[in-house]
Write a protein that binds this ligand. Structure first.
Ligand code: BG6
Length: 487
């Protein structure tokens, strides 16, 4: 018989990232991160992500010389740095079992190369974790979420240099030691695959610092260093506390063939295999043979230390987490219409509606993702990001957001179906439970939350928090462990 509720102990909650909520960019001894130089670029049609996310040394230096936050919204965030008690209380009111959040590397190691951590940074996170403990919310901590020290980017071209592995391991070790009494769930790199789509945000790579003609090669080299670092910190997490559970984090980019033309099917299969590659290395512990063959054909040679393959093999993750926002199609027809998605441009699926930012809404794609990921990896799965960016209207102190409820309801029903069909899905954290600064566009007005933040893209507003209609709806879903979805 099929249960009407989600599994007992299902981890319901929400997800945020330090660089998109904290603000306090120059407080408490924090150093500059790659997020602090991201400028606000107002647009709705984010079709050209590569150009939008690209960075030059000159632009970085200009940003470093600017002491204001005017055009750098991630420096402001939503002021979680000061308002976290109120935000955590609202999450607790919704009944959150877990909150996924990240630790800003630069709060602990301002340039990434210090040998001892900044105590003020440690104190800030200890306070956050203590408050969460008091409220009964368990943390899921992402160690790296788009915020590496800018100094490492300028000095070593980010993760391109192997030396950065040691800096990251030192940072992660401090996190396990200092916060281990509060944290059991850890994620290593947010959307590790995104290094190809925005190498600066994900890995501190500024293309002009790469050897001419070797830009792509260096991206793969940096990715390899992140894989090794991920395995090494997984090892340390397990040594520090056998109860620690470490997950990898993948952008699940589900792709369908636009037609049943075998060419479309072949291209689609390859796209999906490319997306699986990142989880293959972290869950199965080895580079897939077909990916290695492809790299060889493209003349990309990753330099590996003799011990690397063994490290990857020996220290695989305990669970697989992923973000899911949309799906896309693939076609052999070069003229097929394209649409933006989560930092990708895909072929538009005529069967699906889109958000105001062009991301195609596909709840069934979430179920297909769950079935295929579980079938391939056979480890517990966690959805750690899912949601829709929308333009919300504040009227008489209220935000009516039935579109958000519809979006979540449809996705939750597909999750339930996947669970009923045997998938081991252990948790779900929405992106994001509170409005925050968009990773891609640095807008606050691309709103994701159940909680409205009274701020605009220029930083005007009271920053007061207000419950949207969806707040009570999600609260009820959690309180009934999903049974309310049937009503
Ligand atoms: C994910 C990122 O790719 O998508 C988040 O991990 C991000 O950091 C989310 O915020 C939504 O994307 P955006 O560009 O709308 O903020």
């Amino acid at each position: 018989m099929t249960e009407t509720t989600f599994p007992k102990d299902f981890l319901w909650g929400g997800a945020i990232a330090a660089n998109q909520v904290e603000g306090g960019w120059n407080l408490g001894g924090k150093g500059l991160s790659v997020a602090d130089v991201a400028t606000y670029k107002p647009h709705v049609d984010n079709k050209d992500y590569a150009a939008h996310m690209s960075v030059t040394v000159e632009a970085v230096k200009e940003a470093m010389a600017d002491p204001t936050d005017t055009i750098y919204p991630k420096r402001r965030g939503i002021d979680f740095y000061h308002r976290y008690p109120e935000d955590l209380a609202l999450f607790a009111e919704m009944g959150f079992k877990v909150l996924r959040l990240s630790i800003a590397w630069t709060r602990l190691f301002p340039t990434g190369e210090e040998t001892t951590p900044n105590q003020e940074g440690i104190a800030f996170y200890r306070n956050v974790f203590q408050e969460m403990q008091r409220l009964g919310i368990k943390p899921i901590v992402t160690l790296s979420h788009y915020e590496m020290p800018l100094a490492l980017s300028l000095k070593y071209n980010g993760w391109v240099e192997r030396k950065v592995i040691d800096d990251f391991v030192r940072f992660a070790t401090v996190c396990f030691e200092e916060f281990g009494e509060y944290v059991e769930y850890w994620l290593t790199f947010n959307e590790i695959d995104s290094i190809h789509r925005h190498p600066f945000t994900t890995a501190g790579i500024i293309p002009e610092q790469s050897e001419a003609g070797k830009e792509e090669q260096e991206v793969y080299q940096a990715l390899h260093h992140q894989f090794v670092a991920s395995s090494l910190v997984t090892k340390i997490a397990h040594e520090k506390n056998p109860n620690n559970k470490v997950g990898c984090m993948l952008t699940k980019l589900m792709t369908y063939p636009l037609t049943c033309d075998p060419l479309d099917v072949e291209l689609t299969l390859k796209k999906n295999l490319e997306n699986d590659f990142y989880a293959d290395v972290q869950v199965k512990g080895a580079y897939p043979r077909m990916i290695e063959k492809d790299l060889e054909k493209r003349g990309i040679k990753i330099e590996m230390a003799p011990e690397d393959r063994q490290i990857l093999k020996d220290h695989t993750v305990d669970f697989l987490s992923f973000s899911y926002y949309m799906s896309m199609a693939e076609s052999g027809d070069p003229n097929a219409e394209r649409t933006p998605g989560n930092t990708v441009l895909g072929v538009k699926n005529p069967k699906l509606p889109s958000t105001e930012w062009g991301w195609q809404i596909d709840p069934k794609g979430l179920k297909i993702s769950l079935l295929s990921l579980y079938d391939r990896y056979q480890v517990p799965l966690m959805i750690v990001e899912n949601g829709m960016g929308a333009v919300d209207v504040l009227e008489d102190g209220q935000v009516h957001d039935p579109y958000r409820v519809d979006y979540f309801k449809a996705h939750f029903k597909q999750m339930k179906e996947a669970i009923d069909e045997g998938v081991d899905l252990i948790g779900y954290t929405s992106w994001a439970p509170i409005d925050l600064v968009s990773a891609g566009t640095s807008q606050v007005t691309k709103r994701y939350g159940f909680i409205y933040v009274d701020a605009d893209d220029e930083g005007n507003g009271s920053y007061d928090r207000l419950k949207k209609d969806s707040f009570d709806w999600y609260k009820e879903v959690i309180a009934t462990n999903g049974a309310s979805l049937a009503e």
